[in-house]
Structure formats: structure tokens, C-alpha cells
Design a protein around this ligand. Structure first.
Ligand code: KG4
Ligand code: ZN
Length: 347
């Protein structure tokens, strides 16, 4: 039985979690997430403020996670910390804390890629959310479509050419005067929107419909964002049109994500689809994905909202896989703003 403490500080959540188990049989014993509300007034994350807030919270958050797991530092076998990608100053807080803790206890340290964490988050709750599967990772910073043959073997099929899916939600929310982060607010507003009033083009769907097309699995959301901006500017009564615009935007984005994921699952003969990242909180998307993939006989796994958005449990979960492979980081472990997921192969 292995016990791993996970630490996540890549953006604006300070999080720690303790997981216990072996192989694909891992139980979450505790999870503490402290979200930094301070960024709301700026309409986006301010890196320097994020680092300072992590510094203030990291020690109590880690202590709370260990206490809630009913353990002490002596019970831990390893420390896993997100070391890429993310805000470097924010990552450094978690990385430094993790290093100090591992060094002082004489236990192994592991550096985990944040997006690999998102890939593992559905597996925390669903026993069958294990490879082989098609994965769609949709967060504030990334949009990745992957074929996952086994843990650690990731074939990149498509990514976004410009804005990430979550970023598109946040930017459109800003255009509509909604709070940051805006994904949740767009989804809520879209519920009361007329689906026929604003129909935006589906980005990169028509032109790239054959598998030999280089952009068959690629995404692009900046054109859709511009279309929304034009609709906002042209509206004579934005309060009356707001919900319809949110609905039109979300429908277009969802149809693109669903179509490309369905293409990938069919092309690789996958019976399982795993969604991860903050945008996986979107229930309208999950429903549309389930309906479409069900027709093909595939099952869709989504993490619950607490595990879909940034958290340390997914980091510790990914670390179980890497720990059992024998991977260990040195005390020279660095923090990186961008870095490919380990085990990533180009399509
Ligand atoms: O994974 P995450 O917590 O942080 C990053 O690693 O970026 O994702 C945050 C993103 C934000 O862009 C937020 O607007 C989006 O997830 N999000 C949603 C919903 N809930 C959160 N997007 C659409 N619908 C939602 N219900
Ligand atoms: Zn994330």
C-alpha cells in the first residue's frame, strides 16, 4: 500500500491531496482546494498575486490534507508536485515546498505534468476510465485531443490553433459582461437562450472532414469569439440578446468538440472517451458527448466538477502510475511554463 501526497499550484488554486493504494486501485483519502478569489476583480489571473497567495496558503493547505486523511507526515511514501505547465512563479511555490518536504522526510519526490493529471482525474471516480481511450482535455489553457493506448503513451491528434476552449468561454463571458471565470456563467445563461436566434459557424468542421486532412482533429476558437463580438456590437438590445448569444456560442463550440472527439474514437476503435479539464464541468457538453458517442457504442467518462477543475488529487493519481514505474525526481527538479506531456507521440 502506497500513500502519496499531491501538491498543485500551477495557476490560482492551492491544493493538496493524499491518495492511498496501488496500480489502478487508488483511493482518495483527502483533498483540500483553496481557490484564490482575489483575481476576480481583475477579470483574469494576475501571476504575481497568484504566487504570493500560494506562499501564504501552501503550508496550511498541505497540513490540512494530511490531517483530513487521518495521517501524519510519517505515513507518506512520496511527494508528487505539479512542475509544468503553468505560471512559473506559482509552480515554484509548490515545487519548492514539495522538495523541502521530500528532502526533510527522506522520501521520493515526483514532478507531474498538469495535463497528465487532468487525464487521470476521471479515473479517481470511475474504475473503467482507464486506457485504451480517446481523451479530450479542455481547460483554460489547453485543448488537446489524444489517443491513449496505455497510461504514459499519448498520441496527440489535435490541439487548438489559437484560444483554448476554456479561454473562449472566459473571453465570451467578458464580452457579455459576465464574471470571471465565465464558463459556468455562460452555461447557465445559455439554458434560457433561443437556439435559433444566433447560429454561429462551427469552427474547422466542414473543411477538414477527411482523415488525411492535417486539421482533421484540430480546433480553433478565435473566429467564433470574433463572431460573438460582432453579434454583441450589432445587437440593438444586448440584455435581450445575451442569452441567445451565449446559447449560439456554446452550441457551436460543443458541436465542434463532440464531432472531433467522435471522429477520433471511431478512427482508433476506442469504446471509451475520457474528458478532463475545467470545461469538463459543462453538463451540456457532457450530455451532448454522451448522446453522440452512445450511438457508436462508446462510454463517456467525466470527472465531477471538484475533480475536473484544478486539484491535487489528479496530480497524486498520475503520480501513482509514475511512482510504480520507478520514476523519481531529483532536488534539481525545475518548474516550466510550457512542456509536452511525458510520453507524447505526434500522430
Ligand atoms: O482546468 P481548469 O480548472 O484550469 C486550467 O488548467 O486552466 O479550467 C478552468 C476553465 C476556465 O476557463 C473556466 O471558465 C472553465 O474551465 N469552466 C467551464 C465550466 N466550468 C469551468 N467552462 C464551461 N462550462 C463550465 N460549466
Ligand atoms: Zn488545469
Amino acid at each position: 500500500m502506497t500513500r502519496i501526497l499531491g501538491i498543485e499550484t500551477s495557476c490560482d488554486e492551492t491544493s493538496a491531496a493524499v491518495l492511498e493504494g496501488s496500480d489502478d486501485d487508488v483511493t482518495m483519502r483527502s483533498l483540500v482546494i483553496l481557490s484564490q478569489d482575489v483575481h476576480k476583480v481583475f477579470g483574469g489571473v494576475v501571476p504575481e498575486i497568484a504566487s504570493r497567495a500560494h506562499l501564504t496558503s501552501i503550508a496550511p493547505v498541505v497540513t490540512k490534507a494530511i490531517t483530513e486523511a487521518g495521517m501524519s507526515l510519517d505515513d507518506l511514501d512520496a511527494i508528487a508536485v505539479t512542475n509544468a505547465p503553468g505560471l512559473v512563479g506559482a509552480l515554484l511555490v509548490g515545487v519548492s515546498y514539495g522538495k523541502a518536504l521530500a528532502f526533510s522526510r527522506g522520501i521520493p519526490l515526483l514532478g507531474i505534468h498538469h495535463m497528465e493529471g487532468h487525464l487521470f482525474s476521471a479515473a479517481l471516480e470511475h474504475r473503467d476510465a482507464v486506457p485504451p481511450f480517446t481523451a479530450l482535455l479542455i481547460s483554460g489553457g489547453h485543448t488537446l485531443l489524444l489517443d491513449v493506448e496505455a497510461w504514459g503513451r499519448y498520441r496527440l491528434l489535435g490541439a487548438t490553433r489559437d484560444d483554448a476552449a476554456g479561454e473562449a468561454f472566459d473571453k465570451v463571458a467578458k464580452l457579455l459582461g459576465l464574471p470571471y471565470p465565465g464558463g459556468r456563467h455562460i452555461e447557465e445563461l445559455a439554458r434560457s437562450g433561443d437556439p435559433a436566434k444566433f447560429r454561429f459557424g462551427r469552427p474547422m468542421l466542414r473543411k477538414n472532414s477527411t482523415p488525411d486532412d492535417a486539421e482533421h482533429y484540430a480546433f480553433s476558437f478565435s473566429g467564433l469569439k470574433t463572431a460573438v463580438l460582432n453579434a454583441v456590437k450589432a445587437s440593438p438590445d444586448i440584455d435581450a440578446d445575451k442569452a441567445g448569444i451565449a446559447r449560439g456560442f456554446q452550441d457551436a463550440l460543443i458541436e465542434t468538440l463532440v464531432t472531433k472527439t467522435r471522429r477520433a474514437a471511431a478512427a482508433f476503435g476506442r469504446q471509451r472517451v475520457v474528458i478532463g479539464g475545467g470545461v469538463a464541468c459543462n453538463r451540456t457538453l457532457a450530455l451532448a458527448m454522451r448522446e453522440a458517442l452512445e450511438v457508436d457504442g462508446a462510454v463517456v467518462f467525466t470527472p465531477s466538477p471538484r475533480l475536473a477543475t484544478d486539484n491535487a488529487a489528479m496530480i497524486a493519481r498520475a503520480a501513482f502510475f509514475r511512482y510504480e514505474l520507478g520514476e523519481r525526481a531529483g532536488l534539481d527538479l525545475g518548474a516550466y511554463a510550457t512542456r509536452p506531456i511525458p510520453g507524447l507521440e505526434a500522430a
